[in-house]
Ligand binder design. Sequence first.
Ligand code: NAD
Length: 456
Amino acid sequence: MNVTIVGTGYVGLVTGACLAELGNNVFCPDVDQNKIKLLNAGGMPIHEPGLEEIIQRNVEEGRLRFSSDVAASVAFADVQFIAVGTPPDEDGSADLKYVLAAARTIGRHMDGFKVIVDKSTVPVGTAEKVEAAVREELAARGLADMEFSVASNPEFLKEGAAIEDFMRPDRIVLGVATDAGGERALAALRELYRPFNRNHERTRVMDVRSAEFTKYAANAMLATRISFMNELANLADKVGADIELVRQGIGSDPRIGYSFLYAGTGYGGSCFPKDVDALCRTAQENGLPLQVLDAVQRVNASQKKVLLDKVWARFGHRTEGRVFAIWGLAFKPGTDDMREAPSRSIIEALLRAGATVRAHDPVAQEQAARALASDMADQPDLMRNITFVAQPLDAAQGADALIVLTEWKNYKSPNLRALKNALRSPLVLDGRNIYEPHAMAAAGLTYMGIGRNNAA
Ligand code: NAD
């Protein structure tokens, strides 16, 4: 099939590359000309394991192309996916300006039936707004009767494992209208996703509003598990229990399961914070505030400060002359995405308190430098106090503490003796609970995890 994917971000690029890999012809337009230039020069705007090879192969074989020619991208395919960003608006609701701009572009250039698929995460009711925007553009061209159908196909991939998630989805949610246009949309999307259903049927067909809601419900559930465990971890610290053992104890119950029960420094990234916020906003607008999710957000905001509180308790609130080693900047392993990464607020607070920071991340250092420079725009000279180093141990050299913020694989089994020798004072603050407290103690390191005080 011919398919257009509007927006070449984390979702659009992966979707485009994977659909091309299955034999479809895919056109990926983006308004960011620099991104298009980079992609056409064989460069990669993001770090996502396995993506570069798939893109290279499919570009070479002529199934995947990148362009900022929007008229050509609309003409290219009957199925037009919208995979542009939906950042939070000032009030926490999802900002739909990019989605609606993409919809208008389609309306301005289409010359026959189109299936317009919202893949971006959008609040319930957005498909109707997309429809209205397209209809308005068509009417302005005197084509008010031209047919099209807007469907919802939310994306559930995880950055860092996006190719695997896209190629082997747990489910494919398709929200379609109940009219003739909806039937045509469903037929096209079923055909497109047919290869994913060979082993068993993964498609869940539903009405558009339920599909839009499903994406928010999924992220809200996952964020709830994280905040739940973080709150219990803080209590475990107080009562002398080890939250890691508690996690294993409850995860073994199949009704609970092991996933998403890790205590840490709070959830971040480009999805959970904004999606939980947007769902809470939708609830408020409908006069039915979501009390559980409001608490999930409050717990997350305070969890981001837990590690810092440990730093202040140890060193005081002014940290001039102190050096902190940071391992991990990206909001999670496998990505260079720095959106809402907990490392940002922690490093910002350390720099503002006068500390020197030496940071390591296997892939996100460039993105982190840009993100932090913008966070610190009011005090740019403090950026002189952060350096990014090539090896994890270089960061620890002469530092007063090591703070682990992303559970990259290469941090999991460090040479503890070398680490102890490198540090000026042997303190490890483990924001991801990746170390064994007893092993750390045996190596002469003072260990503080999240919710593991008794085991230190
Ligand atoms: P992103 O910011 O990485 O990419 C968005 C891209 O869209 C950018 O390249 C931007 O230039 C482009 N764009 C904006 N307006 C455009 C327009 N009018 N025409 C063409 N291109 C345009 O965003 P992302 O992380 O890929 O997320 C996209 C959507 O998918 C969001 O709604 C997000 O919530 C959702 N989502 C993201 C993930 C994830 O892990 N990142 C997972 C599931 C769902």
